[in-house]
Each structure stands twice: as C-alpha cells, then as structure tokens.
Design a protein around this ligand. Structure first.
Ligand SMILES: Nc1ncnc2c1ncn2[C@@H]1O[C@H](COP(=O)(O)OP(=O)(O)O)[C@@H](O)[C@H]1O
Ligand SMILES: [Mg+2]
Length: 305
C-alpha cells in the first residue's frame, strides 16, 4: 500500500487509554475494517488488553456503545429481548359517574434487549468474551452480520424481523484458551468476523500502561515489566503472569513509596507474593517450591538491581 492510498484516520484519545505505536496501529486497523462494514474480533489470552482496546475502538466510531459480556447461561432472548410481565390498562368511564366502570386489560409487554436496541438504533455493539455464551444463543447474530436482519422470535410485538440500522457496528472479543471445544456454529460466526490476534504488548507499551495505571515512573515501570516479561519467558508458571501482575506490584510500590530494587525487602516480598502464586504446587513439592523461589530471586536480582 502506498503512503498516498492509505487513508489516514484521526484517532481520538479516550480516557485512561495508553496510546503507543502498537495500540494505535491496532486501533487504526480495526477502525478501517469497521468503516468498511465488517465486524471485528480481538482474540487473545486474558490480560492482553482486548476489552480496553474494544472500548477505545468503539469510541472512535463515535456512536453510543452497547456492551454485552458473554455468559454460559445466556439464551437468545437475553440478547434479543422477550415478553416480560404485563401492562395494565385501566379504562375509567368518566361520563357516567354513578357507574364506576373500568376494565383492566393485561397485555404482555415485549422488551428489547441490548442486541435489538443496538441493531435498531445503529449503536456500536461490544460483545465481550462472546464464546462464553453457548452457540445456540449466538446464532441470532449470523443473519444480523450477513443479511443485516435481526430475526425476532414469533409472537414478539408485531414485527417478525428488523432491518439492522446502517450505522450498526460490532466488535467481538474472545480468549482462544476458552475457545477449545466449542461447536461448529461458533465457527460460522467466526467466519463472518475479521479476527485480529492479540498477544502481550511489547515491553515499552506494557511499561507505559503499568506506569499510567499505577502512577510510578516509566523507568521504574520498565524494571517491573521486564521482570514480568522475563518470568513469562521461563514458562515456569502454571498461570500466565499478565499485565495485571505488573500493575499490582506497581500499585503497591506507589502506595508504599517503594523503589523496584532487590535491596528493598518489601519490594522483594511483594514480587514474591504476586509471582509465586502464578505457580501451584502440591503440598509435598517443597523442593520444587524452593527451586521456583530461587528462579524468581534470580530474575528480581537481574532486572531490579
Ligand atoms: N491501551 C491501554 N491503556 C491503558 N490501560 C490498558 C490498555 N490496555 C490494557 N490496559 C489495562 O490492562 C489491564 C488488562 O486489560 P483488559 O482490557 O482487561 O484485558 P483483557 O480484556 O484482554 O483481559 C486492564 O487493567 C486495563 O485497564
Ligand atoms: Mg476482557
């Protein structure tokens, strides 16, 4: 693509969002696809910034945002809406005062849920962790995305479907680790999305995010984050240490006025508390536990001298 043919997009800042080359590139790609009318999908492990990025991208579109978080218990009506409760209509005859005449008329009331409202009004839908919902619940999205028609269940209001508003856009997120074992129908949905795979950000981006979230210096943040990156590279954990681990350490540092140095026993204790819990041990594995601690101490010594 030549420089000229490439449309430049003026990205708006959104509150608390850390904009670096990496996050801006992702945002720009996503906005281009959304503008072309395609739904997008951020896929990546927990703590890679999917939800934050989805909200930032949605803010670029400038339309109201509707957020849905996937849930195993969801049914299609949780997305679309359903018949809820009764509406009573009381007709009081005001002309013949001697006869207090009124009727109570019970009518089942259709209530739109978030997907329907977003399709009708042309909002930007964020469907966070959509693969947590069962595929049967998500099937309704297939015609929304392909035919731009939302098919309503029979007996809902007077309409059997609604045409999706031209400004309706959709952003999905999912975690591939949770994706294992889902049904083919989820693949049909996936086929209609442009998927952007997210991995952990580069050191500088992650350090800026941690510094912004905690208030510590960028230089201090770089030390903490390089410790986390180095620990990630060892693979010695049972649960991946995410950006959140760095943020936790940094927040405690900010509150307690700590420096990221192995010379401060309080700092070492915080790092051990947060990082040791990333690996689980059987109670008989005392040796492994000590070995893991030695590994962490080495990393702290190297990265936080
Ligand atoms: N670009 C960013 N700017 C500021 N904070 C961010 C950014 N990306 C991620 N974060 C922070 O990192 C943490 C994890 O991000 P999140 O979006 O919740 O990840 P995921 O949805 O992939 O689990 C959150 O505390 C979030 O506020
Ligand atoms: Mg999330």
């Amino acid at each position: 693509m030549t420089e000229q043919s490439r449309a430049t997009i003026a990205l708006r800042p959104s509150a608390g969002f850390v904009a670096t080359q990496a996050t801006q590139d992702l945002t720009e790609r996503a906005v281009i696809y959304l503008q072309a009318g395609f739904p997008i999908h951020f896929r990546g492990p927990a703590g890679t910034g999917k939800t934050t990025l989805a909200l930032h991208v949605a803010a670029q579109i400038g339309r109201p945002v509707m957020l849905i978080v996937g849930d195993e218990e969801f049914s299609a009506s949780d997305l679309i809406g359903g018949q809820h409760g009764y509406r009573y209509r009381r007709v009081v005859d005001r002309f013949i005062h001697s006869v207090v005449k009124y009727e109570e008329n019970a009518v089942q009331q259709w209530v739109d849920n978030r997907l329907t409202t977003a399709c009708r009004e042309g909002y930007t839908l964020i469907y966070d962790e959509f693969t947590r919902s069962r595929p049967e619940a998500n099937n309704v999205l297939l015609t929304v995305l392909e035919e731009r028609m939302l098919v309503l269940p029979t007996a809902s209001r007077d309409e059997s479907y609604i045409r999706v508003h031209p400004e309706f856009r959709a952003i999905f997120t999912s975690n591939p680790q949770e994706y294992a074992g889902v049904h083919e129908t989820q693949d049909a949905l996936n086929d209609r999305l442009i998927t952007i795979d997210l991995d952990f950000y580069d050191l500088e981006t992650e350090a800026m995010i941690v510094a912004t979230a905690s208030g510590i210096d960028l230089e201090d943040s770089l030390r903490v984050v390089s410790l986390i990156h180095a620990y990630r590279a060892t693979g010695a954990f049972t649960q991946m240490p995410t950006m959140r681990a760095g943020m936790m350490i940094a927040r405690v540092m900010a509150l307690q006025n700590m420096r990221p140095t192995v010379l401060d026993p309080r700092f070492v204790a915080v790092c051990l508390d947060i990082l040791e819990s990333k690996r689980t041990f059987a109670s008989r594995d005392q040796d492994l536990r000590m070995q893991h601690r030695r590994l962490l101490m080495e990393l702290i010594t190297t990265h936080c001298a």
